[in-house]
Design a protein around this ligand. Structure first.
Ligand code: VGL
Ligand code: ZN
Length: 198
């Protein structure tokens, strides 16, 4: 089965020193680079928000970062501003090997809806186009790595499994934000959806 490595959001803002740093986020870059040669395709995702994005706490007067807001599509964690379009924080980490990248899929660029998953925005309906790309290329076996384990990696892997792809998360090559037990919940949800945790 042709296989793709899906590298989620390995961007400066999610690494130590960044605006929404995931603890140890930069420790996984070497293993991700090394994994790339074992795949038929490498896809990178890039979190890519306008400054007035609805997932930013600063755009909700009085709301604290990491609190929950009610969006038309359900509860949404409010984040510090991160991965703003065109800023250095939105760049891929300089250590990431870009030489084998087949496709970069940007997500979260619509101001009123967040997008954790590489496949669907958080309204769970608006597709990013990634499923069609992978199917067109016959890439049916997907391995997920990157940041953050408990948000964008988990949501992407769960959607992949629901869409009928074989989905594996290589946990050593991920790091979690771990907000109120989100890491354990993500692991249980992934297992429940048929994602293999490796
Ligand atoms: C992510 C929170 C907000 C992620 C992206 O990449 O996991 N988390 N935006
Ligand atoms: Zn984001």
């Amino acid at each position: 089965m042709p296989k793709a490595l899906i590298v989620i959001d390995m961007q400066t803002d999610f690494c130590p020193g960044g605006a929404l740093a995931v603890p140890g986020g930069d420790e996984i870059i070497g293993s991700i680079n090394a994994l790339m040669k074992g795949y038929d395709a490498v896809v990178l995702t890039q979190d890519w928000h306008p400054a007035h994005h609805a997932s930013f706490a600063v755009n909700h007067p009085g709301a604290d970062p990491f609190s929950l807001a009610d969006m038309p599509y359900g509860p949404q964690v409010l984040w510090p501003p991160h991965c703003v379009i065109g800023t250095p924080g939105a760049d891929f980490h300089p250590g990431l090997d870009l030489s084998r990248t087949d496709l970069v899929i940007r997500k979260g660029f619509r101001a009123h809806v967040d997008s954790y998953s590489a496949f669907f925005e958080n309204d769970r309906q608006t597709p990013t186009g990634l499923a069609g790309y992978l199917r067109d290329r016959g890439l049916s076996d997907l391995s997920f790595v990157g940041l953050a384990h408990d948000f964008c990696v988990a949501w992407s892997a769960i959607d992949a499994a629901k869409l009928g792809f074989a989905a594996t998360v290589i946990e050593d090559a991920t790091r979690a934000i771990d907000l109120n037990g989100s890491r354990d919940r993500a692991r249980a949800d992934m297992r429940g959806a048929g994602v293999i945790l490796e």
